[in-house]
Design a protein around this ligand. Structure first.
Ligand code: PLP
Length: 383
């Protein structure tokens, strides 16, 4: 194959094009910070925290170093530690599960719903029963659930909150992929006790480096999180409780303040792109993403399913179209975790999905021409 210049590829995601779309404002914001002399937890971070809290409809936001650290901090702020079980999915970024162990907890992984690929409330009920009494209960007490709004599609929060209330469990929403998504007009991140966000450069609201946030309406959780994120300091150099260090820096906060103003418009554009893919690909045999009624899906990814996924991925690459798999191996099967986590039964939907899913190019700056060439290539592959 002749190698074409890089620019002839359709990338699966394109953080640079998002920077260029807002370059003047971002450059000015960054220069402002460089000249301010304050680089960590200063006025840009405070301003971003209040603006993001207002955007979400949440009382408190704390800027932190990454989405993984936001999850770790949220768990600790909820009092989760050694011997505590935390229910989540295996169909997620490994960060969700890694954070549970960072906090000292034990991940209990459940299967996802076949249609939405978000946590299946029935499986949550089942695993709670399985851990009531017996050997499992003696070792691990279930304390929390982390629903992941994977691909920008909200999980079934009404069902999850009802189960949590009945079983006295904390709910930590992993909103790394769902910034701006909503259920009946109420944003993801405002349903559970606390929510976490990632501003990794490809996420819907992204920094130009690492960043994350924790959001909550619970004053106690917010206060504890703010202590833990900086060594447990109320007063400088005096630790009230054991903490660590996960701080958002001023440069990233200034960039996020610019980009937050465009988040809704860019999410609208993502939904428009999804509709274009839907229209072009509906006649094919591929299973297209499906959203439940009343949900505002923000298409962090547009994920199709095919039993010929690997061949399709290769074919697209031969046409200079990049695609990705989110994620190729469920967490419970990865070498770091296999055979080591608790006894939570089999995860057939998760394992089947991992072999079939493919994320098509999706970013606000993709052109209609590029969407067409992706769609044309998929149609051609099917013939
Ligand atoms: C990206 C992501 C994270 C981790 O965020 P980082 O900022 O990369 O640490 C956690 N959970 C999910 C679902 C993610 O997509």
């Amino acid at each position: 194959m002749n190698s074409l210049p890089e620019s002839s590829w359709v990338f699966p995601a394109d953080p640079k094009s998002n920077y260029l779309a807002h370059q003047e404002e971002i450059d000015a914001a960054v220069l402002g910070v460089l000249n301010s002399g304050f680089y960590i937890l200063g006025k840009e971070v405070s301003a971003f925290e209040s603006e993001f809290a207002r955007y979400l409809g949440s009382a408190h936001v704390s800027g932190v170093g990454s989405g993984t650290e936001a999850l770790h901090l949220a768990l600790r702020a909820c009092g989760i530690g050694a011997g505590d079980g935390v229910i989540t999915v295996s169909h997620t970024a490994v960060a969700t599960v890694a954070a549970i162990e960072l906090a000292g907890g034990s991940p209990i992984l459940v299967d996802v719903d076949r249609e939405t690929l978000t946590i299946d409330p029935n499986r949550v009920e089942e695993v709670i029963k399985r851990y009531q009494g017996g050997e499992a209960a003696a070792k691990t007490r279930i304390k929390a659930i982390i629903p992941v709004h994977i691909y920008g599609q909200p999980a079934d929060m009404v069902a999850i909150m009802e189960i949590a209330r009945r079983n006295d469990l904390k709910v930590i929403e992993d909103c790394a992929q769902s910034n701006g998504a909503a259920i009946d007009g109420r944003k993801t991140g405002t349903w559970g006790d606390v929510a976490t966000f990632s501003f990794y450069p490809t996420k819907n609201l992204s920094a130009l480096g690492d960043g994350g946030a924790l959001a909550t309406n619970n004053r106690d959780i917010a206060d504890r999180a703010n202590l833990i994120r900086e060594y447990g300091w109320q007063e400088r150099y005096i630790s009230d409780i054991p903490g660590f260090n996960t701080r958002l820096d001023e440069v990233q906060a200034a960039i996020l303040r610019v980009k937050l103003r465009y988040l809704d418009a860019e999410n609208d554009r993502r939904r428009e792109i999804a509709r274009e893919y839907d229209a072009r690909l509906t006649p094919t045999g591929f299973k297209l993403p499906k959203s439940r009624d009343g949900l505002k899906h923000v298409y962090h990814q547009y994920v199709i399913r095919s039993s010929h996924r690997d061949e399709l991925k290769q074919f697209l690459a031969s046409r200079h179209i990049g695609s990705l798999i989110h994620y190729p191996m469920p967490v419970h099967l990865q070498p770091a975790y296999r055979g080591r986590l608790g006894d939570f039964g089999s995860l057939p939907q998760t394992e089947e999905a991992a072999g079939e899913i493919l994320s098509l190019p999706m970013f606000p700056e993709i052109s209609s021409e590029q969407i067409n060439s992706v769609s044309d290539a998929i149609l051609e592959f099917e013939q």
